[in-house]
Ligand binder design. Structure first.
Ligand code: ADP
Length: 487
Protein backbone atom coordinates (compact mmCIF):
# COMPACT_ATOMS: atom_id res chain seq x y z
CA UNK A 1 0.00 0.00 0.00
CA UNK A 2 2.76 2.41 1.04
CA UNK A 3 4.67 1.47 -2.13
CA UNK A 4 1.59 2.30 -4.23
CA UNK A 5 1.13 5.64 -2.56
CA UNK A 6 4.76 6.51 -3.12
CA UNK A 7 4.47 5.46 -6.76
CA UNK A 8 1.33 7.57 -7.24
CA UNK A 9 2.98 10.53 -5.52
CA UNK A 10 6.08 10.09 -7.65
CA UNK A 11 4.01 9.99 -10.87
CA UNK A 12 2.00 13.02 -9.78
CA UNK A 13 5.21 14.85 -8.96
CA UNK A 14 6.59 13.99 -12.40
CA UNK A 15 3.39 15.30 -14.03
CA UNK A 16 3.59 18.54 -12.06
CA UNK A 17 7.30 18.96 -12.85
CA UNK A 18 6.64 18.28 -16.56
CA UNK A 19 3.70 20.70 -16.62
CA UNK A 20 5.76 23.42 -14.97
CA UNK A 21 8.70 22.62 -17.26
CA UNK A 22 6.47 22.88 -20.35
CA UNK A 23 4.99 26.17 -19.18
CA UNK A 24 8.42 27.62 -18.51
CA UNK A 25 9.78 26.31 -21.83
CA UNK A 26 6.80 27.76 -23.71
CA UNK A 27 7.24 31.12 -22.01
CA UNK A 28 10.95 31.08 -22.77
CA UNK A 29 10.34 30.30 -26.46
CA UNK A 30 7.74 33.00 -26.59
CA UNK A 31 10.16 35.42 -24.98
CA UNK A 32 12.91 34.65 -27.52
CA UNK A 33 10.50 35.01 -30.43
CA UNK A 34 9.03 38.30 -29.13
CA UNK A 35 12.46 39.82 -28.52
CA UNK A 36 13.69 38.82 -31.99
CA UNK A 37 10.56 40.07 -33.74
CA UNK A 38 10.61 43.30 -31.74
CA UNK A 39 14.21 44.00 -32.74
CA UNK A 40 13.46 43.27 -36.42
CA UNK A 41 10.21 45.25 -36.50
CA UNK A 42 11.48 48.45 -34.87
CA UNK A 43 14.42 48.61 -37.31
CA UNK A 44 12.14 47.99 -40.28
CA UNK A 45 9.64 50.57 -39.05
CA UNK A 46 12.29 53.29 -38.73
CA UNK A 47 13.76 52.45 -42.14
CA UNK A 48 10.36 52.61 -43.88
CA UNK A 49 9.47 55.82 -42.03
CA UNK A 50 12.75 57.43 -43.19
CA UNK A 51 12.00 56.40 -46.82
CA UNK A 52 8.52 57.88 -46.61
CA UNK A 53 9.81 61.11 -45.04
CA UNK A 54 12.36 61.54 -47.86
CA UNK A 55 9.63 60.72 -50.36
CA UNK A 56 7.47 63.43 -48.87
CA UNK A 57 10.21 66.06 -49.20
CA UNK A 58 10.97 65.00 -52.77
CA UNK A 59 7.31 65.25 -53.65
CA UNK A 60 7.28 68.85 -52.44
CA UNK A 61 10.29 69.65 -54.69
CA UNK A 62 8.60 67.94 -57.61
CA UNK A 63 5.44 70.04 -57.05
CA UNK A 64 7.49 73.21 -56.94
CA UNK A 65 9.31 72.14 -60.10
CA UNK A 66 5.98 71.65 -61.88
CA UNK A 67 5.00 75.20 -60.84
CA UNK A 68 8.21 76.65 -62.31
CA UNK A 69 7.69 74.78 -65.58
CA UNK A 70 4.10 76.01 -65.84
CA UNK A 71 5.12 79.61 -65.10
CA UNK A 72 5.55 81.25 -68.53
CA UNK A 73 7.30 84.23 -66.95
CA UNK A 74 10.10 81.83 -65.98
CA UNK A 75 10.20 79.09 -68.61
CA UNK A 76 9.29 78.91 -72.28
CA UNK A 77 8.17 75.58 -73.70
CA UNK A 78 7.81 75.12 -77.46
CA UNK A 79 7.30 72.11 -79.74
CA UNK A 80 7.85 71.10 -83.41
CA UNK A 81 8.59 68.03 -85.51
CA UNK A 82 11.14 69.38 -87.95
CA UNK A 83 13.66 66.61 -87.40
CA UNK A 84 14.96 63.49 -89.10
CA UNK A 85 12.45 61.11 -87.50
CA UNK A 86 9.69 63.64 -87.74
CA UNK A 87 8.74 63.10 -84.03
CA UNK A 88 7.55 65.88 -81.79
CA UNK A 89 10.41 67.47 -79.86
CA UNK A 90 10.03 69.90 -77.01
CA UNK A 91 12.27 72.87 -76.31
CA UNK A 92 12.48 74.12 -72.77
CA UNK A 93 14.50 77.23 -71.98
CA UNK A 94 14.63 80.10 -69.52
CA UNK A 95 12.50 83.10 -70.45
CA UNK A 96 15.36 85.38 -69.40
CA UNK A 97 18.51 83.33 -69.85
CA UNK A 98 21.49 84.33 -67.75
CA UNK A 99 23.73 83.70 -70.75
CA UNK A 100 22.31 84.70 -74.17
CA UNK A 101 23.89 81.62 -75.73
CA UNK A 102 21.92 79.34 -73.38
CA UNK A 103 19.49 77.45 -75.64
CA UNK A 104 17.92 75.30 -72.91
CA UNK A 105 17.17 71.63 -73.48
CA UNK A 106 15.47 69.82 -76.31
CA UNK A 107 14.02 66.36 -76.01
CA UNK A 108 11.41 64.01 -77.35
CA UNK A 109 9.01 61.86 -75.37
CA UNK A 110 8.93 58.21 -76.45
CA UNK A 111 5.28 57.60 -75.70
CA UNK A 112 4.02 60.97 -77.01
CA UNK A 113 1.92 59.99 -80.09
CA UNK A 114 1.10 63.37 -81.71
CA UNK A 115 3.12 65.33 -84.23
CA UNK A 116 2.91 68.98 -83.19
CA UNK A 117 4.04 72.17 -84.96
CA UNK A 118 3.47 74.22 -81.87
CA UNK A 119 2.88 73.60 -78.19
CA UNK A 120 -0.71 73.05 -77.03
CA UNK A 121 -1.96 73.36 -73.39
CA UNK A 122 -2.56 69.60 -73.22
CA UNK A 123 0.89 68.80 -74.61
CA UNK A 124 2.47 71.27 -72.18
CA UNK A 125 0.64 69.66 -69.29
CA UNK A 126 1.76 66.25 -70.50
CA UNK A 127 5.34 67.42 -70.78
CA UNK A 128 5.35 69.02 -67.31
CA UNK A 129 3.94 65.84 -65.71
CA UNK A 130 6.39 63.64 -67.56
CA UNK A 131 9.35 65.88 -66.78
CA UNK A 132 8.52 66.19 -63.09
CA UNK A 133 7.30 62.66 -62.34
CA UNK A 134 9.66 60.64 -64.48
CA UNK A 135 12.81 62.60 -65.11
CA UNK A 136 13.21 64.79 -62.04
CA UNK A 137 11.82 62.21 -59.61
CA UNK A 138 14.20 59.54 -60.83
CA UNK A 139 17.16 61.91 -60.63
CA UNK A 140 16.22 62.97 -57.09
CA UNK A 141 15.95 59.34 -56.04
CA UNK A 142 19.47 58.83 -57.27
CA UNK A 143 20.57 61.86 -55.24
CA UNK A 144 21.48 63.88 -58.36
CA UNK A 145 20.38 67.36 -59.52
CA UNK A 146 20.91 68.29 -63.19
CA UNK A 147 20.94 71.79 -64.59
CA UNK A 148 18.10 71.18 -67.04
CA UNK A 149 18.14 74.92 -67.64
CA UNK A 150 20.23 77.42 -65.74
CA UNK A 151 17.23 78.76 -63.82
CA UNK A 152 15.74 75.33 -63.12
CA UNK A 153 19.14 74.01 -62.03
CA UNK A 154 19.84 76.94 -59.69
CA UNK A 155 16.38 76.87 -58.13
CA UNK A 156 16.46 73.11 -57.68
CA UNK A 157 19.89 73.21 -56.09
CA UNK A 158 18.74 75.91 -53.66
CA UNK A 159 15.73 74.02 -52.30
CA UNK A 160 17.50 70.69 -52.58
CA UNK A 161 20.36 71.82 -50.37
CA UNK A 162 18.05 73.64 -47.95
CA UNK A 163 15.87 70.58 -47.45
CA UNK A 164 16.15 69.19 -43.91
CA UNK A 165 14.72 66.11 -42.26
CA UNK A 166 11.23 66.80 -40.95
CA UNK A 167 11.75 65.26 -37.51
CA UNK A 168 8.14 65.48 -36.34
CA UNK A 169 6.98 63.85 -39.59
CA UNK A 170 9.63 61.15 -39.20
CA UNK A 171 8.37 60.50 -35.68
CA UNK A 172 4.75 60.37 -36.82
CA UNK A 173 5.57 58.01 -39.68
CA UNK A 174 7.65 55.77 -37.40
CA UNK A 175 4.67 55.53 -35.05
CA UNK A 176 2.44 54.58 -37.99
CA UNK A 177 4.91 51.97 -39.20
CA UNK A 178 5.19 50.52 -35.69
CA UNK A 179 1.41 50.38 -35.37
CA UNK A 180 1.22 48.56 -38.72
CA UNK A 181 3.56 45.96 -37.19
CA UNK A 182 1.42 45.70 -34.06
CA UNK A 183 3.91 47.51 -31.81
CA UNK A 184 2.55 50.05 -29.42
CA UNK A 185 5.73 51.16 -27.67
CA UNK A 186 6.94 54.69 -27.04
CA UNK A 187 10.38 55.75 -28.34
CA UNK A 188 12.71 58.72 -28.56
CA UNK A 189 14.54 59.77 -31.75
CA UNK A 190 18.30 60.16 -31.32
CA UNK A 191 18.26 59.81 -27.51
CA UNK A 192 22.07 59.90 -27.25
CA UNK A 193 24.37 56.93 -27.55
CA UNK A 194 24.85 56.65 -23.80
CA UNK A 195 21.16 56.40 -23.04
CA UNK A 196 19.99 53.21 -21.34
CA UNK A 197 17.38 52.75 -24.06
CA UNK A 198 17.42 49.93 -26.57
CA UNK A 199 18.68 51.53 -29.82
CA UNK A 200 17.78 50.70 -33.41
CA UNK A 201 20.37 50.67 -36.17
CA UNK A 202 20.79 54.26 -37.54
CA UNK A 203 19.11 55.21 -40.84
CA UNK A 204 20.31 57.89 -43.23
CA UNK A 205 17.69 60.56 -44.00
CA UNK A 206 19.85 62.74 -46.22
CA UNK A 207 18.72 63.38 -49.82
CA UNK A 208 22.14 62.73 -51.19
CA UNK A 209 22.52 59.37 -49.54
CA UNK A 210 24.83 57.56 -49.72
CA UNK A 211 27.02 60.59 -50.45
CA UNK A 212 25.95 62.61 -47.41
CA UNK A 213 24.65 61.50 -44.00
CA UNK A 214 22.04 62.62 -41.55
CA UNK A 215 21.67 59.76 -39.13
CA UNK A 216 18.55 59.02 -37.14
CA UNK A 217 18.00 56.19 -34.71
CA UNK A 218 15.27 55.43 -32.20
CA UNK A 219 15.56 54.47 -28.52
CA UNK A 220 12.98 52.06 -27.11
CA UNK A 221 12.41 50.41 -23.76
CA UNK A 222 14.29 47.10 -23.65
CA UNK A 223 12.73 44.16 -25.54
CA UNK A 224 12.59 42.32 -22.20
CA UNK A 225 10.45 45.07 -20.70
CA UNK A 226 8.35 45.11 -23.86
CA UNK A 227 7.85 41.35 -23.58
CA UNK A 228 6.75 41.52 -19.97
CA UNK A 229 4.40 44.41 -20.71
CA UNK A 230 2.89 42.62 -23.70
CA UNK A 231 2.64 39.25 -22.06
CA UNK A 232 1.81 40.30 -18.52
CA UNK A 233 -1.58 38.57 -18.55
CA UNK A 234 -0.25 35.44 -20.18
CA UNK A 235 2.63 35.30 -17.70
CA UNK A 236 0.35 36.01 -14.73
CA UNK A 237 -2.09 33.34 -15.87
CA UNK A 238 0.65 30.81 -16.41
CA UNK A 239 2.19 31.58 -12.98
CA UNK A 240 -1.29 31.29 -11.49
CA UNK A 241 -1.74 27.94 -13.21
CA UNK A 242 1.61 26.76 -11.88
CA UNK A 243 0.59 27.95 -8.40
CA UNK A 244 -2.77 26.17 -8.56
CA UNK A 245 -1.15 22.98 -9.88
CA UNK A 246 1.47 22.97 -7.13
CA UNK A 247 -1.14 23.73 -4.44
CA UNK A 248 -3.42 20.97 -5.74
CA UNK A 249 -0.52 18.56 -5.83
CA UNK A 250 0.60 19.49 -2.31
CA UNK A 251 -2.96 19.22 -1.02
CA UNK A 252 -3.56 15.85 -2.71
CA UNK A 253 -0.21 14.52 -1.48
CA UNK A 254 -0.98 15.70 2.04
CA UNK A 255 -4.46 14.14 1.96
CA UNK A 256 -3.14 10.87 0.55
CA UNK A 257 -0.40 10.65 3.16
CA UNK A 258 -2.68 11.59 6.04
CA UNK A 259 -5.31 9.10 4.83
CA UNK A 260 -2.64 6.47 4.70
CA UNK A 261 -1.41 7.42 8.17
CA UNK A 262 -4.98 7.37 9.47
CA UNK A 263 -5.50 3.92 7.99
CA UNK A 264 -2.36 2.69 9.77
CA UNK A 265 -3.41 4.33 13.01
CA UNK A 266 -6.88 2.81 12.73
CA UNK A 267 -5.35 -0.64 12.19
CA UNK A 268 -3.27 -0.07 15.28
CA UNK A 269 -6.31 1.08 17.16
CA UNK A 270 -8.36 -1.96 16.18
CA UNK A 271 -5.54 -4.33 17.15
CA UNK A 272 -5.11 -2.52 20.38
CA UNK A 273 -8.80 -2.41 21.14
CA UNK A 274 -9.35 -6.08 20.27
CA UNK A 275 -6.56 -6.97 22.61
CA UNK A 276 -7.85 -4.69 25.37
CA UNK A 277 -11.40 -6.02 25.06
CA UNK A 278 -10.32 -9.62 24.65
CA UNK A 279 -8.37 -9.84 27.90
CA UNK A 280 -11.26 -8.94 30.25
CA UNK A 281 -13.71 -10.88 28.07
CA UNK A 282 -11.72 -14.11 28.17
CA UNK A 283 -11.15 -13.63 31.88
CA UNK A 284 -14.94 -13.26 32.39
CA UNK A 285 -15.57 -16.28 30.19
CA UNK A 286 -13.07 -18.54 31.97
CA UNK A 287 -14.26 -17.43 35.41
CA UNK A 288 -17.92 -17.92 34.49
CA UNK A 289 -17.23 -21.40 33.04
CA UNK A 290 -15.29 -22.35 36.11
CA UNK A 291 -18.20 -21.17 38.31
CA UNK A 292 -20.55 -23.28 36.23
CA UNK A 293 -18.45 -26.45 36.01
CA UNK A 294 -17.02 -26.78 39.52
CA UNK A 295 -18.69 -26.84 42.81
CA UNK A 296 -16.81 -24.04 44.49
CA UNK A 297 -17.14 -22.98 48.07
CA UNK A 298 -19.23 -19.82 48.55
CA UNK A 299 -16.05 -17.93 49.42
CA UNK A 300 -14.36 -18.87 46.12
CA UNK A 301 -17.58 -18.19 44.26
CA UNK A 302 -17.64 -14.69 45.77
CA UNK A 303 -14.01 -14.20 44.74
CA UNK A 304 -14.84 -15.31 41.19
CA UNK A 305 -17.82 -12.99 41.05
CA UNK A 306 -15.55 -10.16 42.19
CA UNK A 307 -13.21 -10.98 39.29
CA UNK A 308 -16.13 -10.90 36.87
CA UNK A 309 -17.36 -7.57 38.26
CA UNK A 310 -13.84 -6.12 38.11
CA UNK A 311 -13.36 -7.21 34.50
CA UNK A 312 -16.84 -5.96 33.54
CA UNK A 313 -15.99 -2.57 35.12
CA UNK A 314 -12.80 -2.52 33.13
CA UNK A 315 -14.75 -3.22 29.94
CA UNK A 316 -17.22 -0.45 30.62
CA UNK A 317 -14.43 2.01 31.43
CA UNK A 318 -12.81 1.13 28.10
CA UNK A 319 -16.00 1.68 26.14
CA UNK A 320 -16.60 4.88 28.09
CA UNK A 321 -13.17 6.13 27.03
CA UNK A 322 -13.88 5.45 23.34
CA UNK A 323 -17.36 6.95 23.52
CA UNK A 324 -16.02 10.06 25.23
CA UNK A 325 -13.62 10.68 22.39
CA UNK A 326 -16.26 10.42 19.67
CA UNK A 327 -18.82 12.39 21.69
CA UNK A 328 -16.36 15.22 22.07
CA UNK A 329 -16.34 15.89 18.34
CA UNK A 330 -19.99 16.86 18.44
CA UNK A 331 -20.04 18.72 21.75
CA UNK A 332 -19.68 22.48 21.51
CA UNK A 333 -18.89 23.14 25.15
CA UNK A 334 -22.34 24.07 26.41
CA UNK A 335 -23.26 24.28 30.12
CA UNK A 336 -20.44 26.62 30.92
CA UNK A 337 -20.12 28.21 34.35
CA UNK A 338 -17.53 30.11 36.37
CA UNK A 339 -15.48 27.40 38.08
CA UNK A 340 -12.52 27.81 40.40
CA UNK A 341 -9.64 25.87 38.84
CA UNK A 342 -8.21 25.13 42.32
CA UNK A 343 -11.33 23.12 43.08
CA UNK A 344 -11.39 21.39 39.72
CA UNK A 345 -7.77 20.22 40.06
CA UNK A 346 -8.53 18.98 43.59
CA UNK A 347 -11.47 17.03 42.25
CA UNK A 348 -9.38 15.54 39.44
CA UNK A 349 -6.78 14.35 41.97
CA UNK A 350 -9.56 12.92 44.09
CA UNK A 351 -11.13 11.08 41.15
CA UNK A 352 -7.75 9.56 40.35
CA UNK A 353 -7.25 8.08 43.84
CA UNK A 354 -7.67 4.41 42.74
CA UNK A 355 -5.09 4.97 39.97
CA UNK A 356 -2.77 6.86 42.37
CA UNK A 357 -3.00 3.99 44.84
CA UNK A 358 -2.43 1.37 42.13
CA UNK A 359 0.77 3.03 40.88
CA UNK A 360 1.81 4.26 44.34
CA UNK A 361 2.09 7.68 42.81
CA UNK A 362 2.90 10.85 44.67
CA UNK A 363 0.96 13.96 43.66
CA UNK A 364 2.18 17.40 44.72
CA UNK A 365 -0.28 20.19 44.36
CA UNK A 366 -0.38 23.45 46.30
CA UNK A 367 -3.68 25.23 45.59
CA UNK A 368 -3.45 28.98 45.06
CA UNK A 369 -4.71 31.08 47.99
CA UNK A 370 -7.01 32.98 45.64
CA UNK A 371 -9.79 31.56 43.47
CA UNK A 372 -8.92 31.30 39.77
CA UNK A 373 -12.37 31.40 38.23
CA UNK A 374 -12.71 30.47 34.59
CA UNK A 375 -15.80 30.15 32.46
CA UNK A 376 -15.68 26.48 31.54
CA UNK A 377 -17.66 23.33 30.99
CA UNK A 378 -16.79 21.59 34.24
CA UNK A 379 -17.28 17.95 33.24
CA UNK A 380 -15.24 18.00 30.04
CA UNK A 381 -12.49 20.09 31.69
CA UNK A 382 -12.40 17.66 34.63
CA UNK A 383 -12.10 14.78 32.14
CA UNK A 384 -9.26 16.62 30.41
CA UNK A 385 -7.37 17.09 33.69
CA UNK A 386 -7.88 13.46 34.74
CA UNK A 387 -6.66 12.27 31.33
CA UNK A 388 -3.44 14.26 31.61
CA UNK A 389 -3.00 13.17 35.22
CA UNK A 390 -3.71 9.55 34.29
CA UNK A 391 -0.94 9.67 31.65
CA UNK A 392 1.47 11.34 34.07
CA UNK A 393 0.87 8.50 36.54
CA UNK A 394 0.78 5.52 34.22
CA UNK A 395 3.72 6.35 31.91
CA UNK A 396 6.17 6.00 34.78
CA UNK A 397 9.32 3.90 35.07
CA UNK A 398 9.09 3.64 38.84
CA UNK A 399 6.93 5.22 41.57
CA UNK A 400 5.69 8.26 39.78
CA UNK A 401 5.87 11.78 41.15
CA UNK A 402 3.60 14.35 39.61
CA UNK A 403 3.82 18.08 40.37
CA UNK A 404 0.78 20.13 39.53
CA UNK A 405 0.96 23.91 39.55
CA UNK A 406 -1.58 26.60 38.86
CA UNK A 407 -0.72 30.23 38.07
CA UNK A 408 -2.80 33.13 36.77
CA UNK A 409 -1.44 36.16 34.95
CA UNK A 410 -1.67 38.22 31.75
CA UNK A 411 -5.27 37.16 31.21
CA UNK A 412 -4.46 33.46 31.31
CA UNK A 413 -4.59 30.67 33.85
CA UNK A 414 -1.78 28.17 33.40
CA UNK A 415 -1.86 24.63 34.73
CA UNK A 416 1.24 22.44 34.42
CA UNK A 417 1.51 18.71 35.04
CA UNK A 418 5.16 17.71 35.50
CA UNK A 419 5.96 14.01 35.77
CA UNK A 420 9.13 11.95 36.05
CA UNK A 421 7.95 9.22 33.68
CA UNK A 422 9.34 7.75 30.48
CA UNK A 423 8.95 11.10 28.67
CA UNK A 424 7.90 11.75 25.08
CA UNK A 425 10.59 12.11 22.37
CA UNK A 426 10.68 15.72 21.06
CA UNK A 427 9.54 14.75 17.55
CA UNK A 428 6.25 13.43 18.97
CA UNK A 429 5.37 16.45 21.13
CA UNK A 430 2.78 17.58 18.57
CA UNK A 431 1.76 14.18 17.25
CA UNK A 432 0.44 12.89 20.57
CA UNK A 433 -2.57 15.21 20.10
CA UNK A 434 -3.59 13.36 16.94
CA UNK A 435 -6.30 10.75 17.22
CA UNK A 436 -5.10 7.14 17.74
CA UNK A 437 -1.48 8.21 17.95
CA UNK A 438 0.70 6.38 20.44
CA UNK A 439 4.44 6.87 20.79
CA UNK A 440 5.97 3.86 18.98
CA UNK A 441 7.53 1.37 21.41
CA UNK A 442 8.35 -1.59 19.22
CA UNK A 443 5.49 -4.05 19.10
CA UNK A 444 4.82 -4.11 22.81
CA UNK A 445 3.05 -1.36 24.65
CA UNK A 446 3.49 -2.03 28.33
CA UNK A 447 0.94 0.65 29.20
CA UNK A 448 -2.43 0.06 27.61
CA UNK A 449 -4.35 2.79 25.85
CA UNK A 450 -5.98 3.79 22.56
CA UNK A 451 -4.20 7.03 21.75
CA UNK A 452 -7.45 8.94 22.27
CA UNK A 453 -6.85 10.67 25.62
CA UNK A 454 -4.72 13.63 24.54
CA UNK A 455 -6.69 14.22 21.33
CA UNK A 456 -9.79 14.50 23.56
CA UNK A 457 -7.94 16.86 25.93
CA UNK A 458 -6.70 19.08 23.11
CA UNK A 459 -10.23 19.35 21.68
CA UNK A 460 -11.64 20.34 25.08
CA UNK A 461 -8.93 22.99 25.49
CA UNK A 462 -9.49 24.30 21.95
CA UNK A 463 -13.21 24.59 22.61
CA UNK A 464 -12.32 26.80 25.57
CA UNK A 465 -10.04 28.97 23.36
CA UNK A 466 -7.03 27.71 25.31
CA UNK A 467 -3.77 26.03 24.33
CA UNK A 468 -2.01 22.84 25.30
CA UNK A 469 1.64 21.98 24.78
CA UNK A 470 4.16 19.35 25.82
CA UNK A 471 7.78 19.85 26.76
CA UNK A 472 10.45 17.52 28.06
CA UNK A 473 11.18 17.44 31.77
CA UNK A 474 14.92 16.80 31.74
CA UNK A 475 16.35 14.32 32.61
CA UNK A 476 13.12 12.26 32.85
CA UNK A 477 9.49 12.90 32.19
CA UNK A 478 7.20 15.35 30.50
CA UNK A 479 5.62 18.71 31.25
CA UNK A 480 2.09 19.21 29.96
CA UNK A 481 1.02 22.86 30.03
CA UNK A 482 -2.59 23.97 29.64
CA UNK A 483 -3.42 27.65 29.17
CA UNK A 484 -6.98 28.92 29.58
CA UNK A 485 -8.20 32.47 29.00
CA UNK A 486 -9.50 34.05 32.21
CA UNK A 487 -12.47 35.68 30.52
P1 ADP B 1 -3.19 6.65 25.50
O1 ADP B 1 -4.53 6.09 25.71
O2 ADP B 1 -2.34 5.83 24.56
O3 ADP B 1 -2.49 7.04 26.73
P2 ADP B 1 -3.10 9.49 24.91
O4 ADP B 1 -3.71 10.24 23.77
O5 ADP B 1 -3.47 9.91 26.26
O6 ADP B 1 -3.42 7.97 24.63
O7 ADP B 1 -1.56 9.61 24.73
C1 ADP B 1 -0.97 9.43 23.48
C2 ADP B 1 0.44 8.89 23.63
O8 ADP B 1 1.29 9.89 24.20
C3 ADP B 1 0.52 7.74 24.56
O9 ADP B 1 0.30 6.52 23.90
C4 ADP B 1 1.95 7.84 25.12
O10 ADP B 1 2.81 7.17 24.23
C5 ADP B 1 2.25 9.32 25.06
N1 ADP B 1 2.09 9.99 26.37
C6 ADP B 1 1.08 10.77 26.77
N2 ADP B 1 1.31 11.30 28.00
C7 ADP B 1 2.52 10.85 28.39
C8 ADP B 1 3.34 11.04 29.53
N3 ADP B 1 2.95 11.81 30.57
N4 ADP B 1 4.53 10.42 29.57
C9 ADP B 1 4.97 9.67 28.55
N5 ADP B 1 4.25 9.43 27.42
C10 ADP B 1 3.04 10.02 27.33
Amino acid sequence: MKKHIHLILFLMLMCVVCLIGLQLFWNYQNYNHTVKTFDHDINEALRSAADREIDDRQLKIVNKFEGWLADTSLITITADHNNRDSNTVFHTKDRHPLYPADKGITFGLEDFPLKLNHITPAAKQYLIKHFADRILRRDLQKGIVYNYTQLLGDSLNKIYNASKTNVSLLKKLTKQELAMRGINASFILNPGKNSRLYLTRPVNTHFKRPFKNTWFYAGFQSPQQYFFKQMKWVITTSLLLIGITVTCFAYTAKTLLSQHKLALLKDDFINNMTHELNTPLSSIKITAESLKSFNHTPQIQAEYLDIITYQADKLSSLTEQILNASRMEKQAGDNRALIDLNELIDKAINDMQPQIAKYKAQINYQPLPIAVSVNIEAISMLNAFTNVLDNAIKYATYASRVNISLTANAGYAEITFTDNGIGIPDEYHHKVFEKFFRVPQGNVHTVKGFGLGLSYVSQVIKQHRGAISIAANRPNGSIVTIKLPLN
